[in-house]
Design a protein around this ligand. Sequence first.
Ligand code: NAD
Length: 492
Amino acid sequence: ATERTALFLFFGGTGDLAYRKLYPSLFNLYRKGNLRTHFAVVGTSRQAMDHEKFRTAVKKSLADTGNRVESKEVTDFASHFYYQAHDVTDTAHYAVVKDLLDKLDKKYKLQGNRIFYLSMAPQFFGTIAHDLKTQGLMSTNKGAFNRLVIEKPFGRDYDSAKQLNDALSESFDENQIFRIDHYLGKEMIQNIEAIRFGNTLVESLWNNRYIDNIQVTLSEKLGVEERASYYDNSGALRDMVQNHIMQIVSLLAMEQPVAFTDTDIRAEKVKALRSLRVYNVAAAATNFVRGQYGAIDDQPDYRHEDNVPNDSTTETFVAGKLLFDNYRWSGTPFYVRTGKMLADKFTRVDVVFKRPLVDIFAFPQSKSTPLAANVLTIFVEPHAGFSLQLNAKTNDTGFQTEPIKLDYLVDAQKSKKTPEPYERLLHDVLKGDGTNFSSWPEVAYAWKFVDQIRRVWDLQEPNFPNYTPHSMGPASAEELIQRDHREWIYRL
Ligand code: NAD
């Protein structure tokens, strides 16, 4: 591995995300040699704490993620961590942090390379970016980089996202801003590009002549858990569709990039999103459906979860149909669905090919069942792999066909070695590679699409709750696809 040189400044450095994901991911990069001697990590948050106590907490976070804390490697790694109490809303406070950064820069010979990671409530993103610049925390060394990493959510509609982006743009250029969508750090999401552009067999059929429809399912088994107050303000459309689903869909829909670089890939994703049909009121109302889970056994319905108002109209389920008005996809819909408290936890993409134009096996006296569609499934999680459904002959006298599956599942040992999304993404930030982050135009198009649906939903009182926990969502999600004489490939 190539050793990288950088100073990390984490805002929200004592938060859940930092301890659970960010520090363990940095440690993995350290173990692999991407970080070695020339790096330092500064954590800030409001609470008071000394460096030692912070290092102990960091070590604990490593222990919690399965590392041996007594090892010299962990002690050496933790010695690069520093803590500074800091209120992000108090401009004068930034000077203290600046002094620490400058000191560490000299101590570890960091050449002025800085990564600012905002892992805290989004209302502070704009203020922090502003003060980083005005209070001189961004490095001015020639040839050094300043990079800003932004957690989700990026706005709650187009207008607020634009406002946030304008605020960030006052201090950072687009190529310095890394907007996290951790789905883009997932192994099998990155595999969409490999399977498409690495295979003649796949990419030559990847269009409306051969593909009947594409289905994207992100289903969760749990309810809202501790995130209730955040979630109730957001809902499944904002929390999952605007970001993760739109990103997955754009990777599936885009044209082949000129080269495998962030600039080229982003250009194609943006182009795809530009041809996504933005619905008018009537079309939004028919092409998107929502749901909210009811009660089961001793579990309360959504409205009776802790921290959820008992008249909440927030959706915990969404299904919808997306249409692209371009040469490749015209007439081939993308169906998407996501929700909480569903039958199982998994993420998958099902690409459903058209049936052969003529079924020569279906002569009148034949008992053969009609030919099944070829389906290419990309399993994202919990298992990683691909499956391709083909038709073959049954091993019988006479001539009948049956669907068979060619399966490739990543084995347990290999998947244990697969880097976690946050490790990949932090590595990308260190390299300055923006491929797996959402660019502003992508975010903007996704919001404009989603805003139209939200607008229609806000006009009508939904009839909630409308689905049983551990099902695949409300009946309307079935009707949405059956209306087009199709069905969900993944079903109970
Ligand atoms: P958290 O509430 O656990 O942590 C927030 C941190 O911000 C704490 O360290 C707190 O001390 C600090 N803070 C709050 N107000 C401050 C102020 N005025 N000045 C200085 N510090 C202040 O939050 P989290 O779960 O770690 O999430 C952080 C970000 O990551 C959020 O944007 C969230 O949406 C996003 N995110 C979190 C998860 C997750 O799994 N936790 C997943 C995806 C995205």
